[in-house]
Write a protein that binds this ligand. Sequence first.
Ligand code: BTN
Length: 243
Amino acid sequence: MRIIKLNAIDSTNSYLKQLSVDETLADNTIVVANYQTKGRGQMGTTWVSDDSKNLMFSVLKDVSWLQADKSFYISISVSLALIKALEQFYIPKLSIKWPNDILSENTKICGVLIENVIKQNQLNSTIIGIGLNVNQTNFSNLPKASSLRLISGQVFSLDEVMLAIIQNIEYYFTLLKDEKYQELKDVYQNLLFRKDKPSTFTNAEGLMFSGFIKSVSNSGSLQVLLEDDIIKEFDLKEISLLY
Ligand code: BTN
């Protein structure tokens, strides 16, 4: 495992992506930073984090063995690895807010940005960017955010938490390589935030509707039970859960 530690960088995902273009990188190359000047979140959002308080890192994994139509299983495996690692630190009431936000009770403690590298129409590698709120205690503009410290009262070693996450990613990727798709998906679905609970969503036009989260499709769409027993599939741009 090669770990590149940086004091500050625009984004660990962007840095690792560029490095993978410049040189051939070994599986499990990791870039971790104390601070990001342009931390990136899902769907073009930004990821803001205090200096040196939280984990901001990216892991490069070789996924040349994975069929492109199974790429959502990368997201599933990473989510399960994060849950398992956080359980090892006794963080309570963990769930996955589809597709891969990690919540404790109903506050977000971790976000994931997965960027796949496709070569000759095939999956080649994936860059898994993880932002985990560890020791930060002030989230003044983010009412739904929390940290391991706020939840547990403890101060954590960033290196220790990162190592636990990396080891768990390694473990869940062996399950993925062994094609344990159904098992991975079953565990993932059972951990979904608000699964089978009456929930309110907004659609792409901002209109509210209600339904029950049931499961995910193999391609990663969220399956929601609507009125009249209709199950509809939504992708990330089409639905947002109000909570
Ligand atoms: C999200 O919740 O929208 C995903 C946030 C992902 C943030 C991490 S921090 C490390 C890595 N580098 C980035 O620029 N983003 C990811």
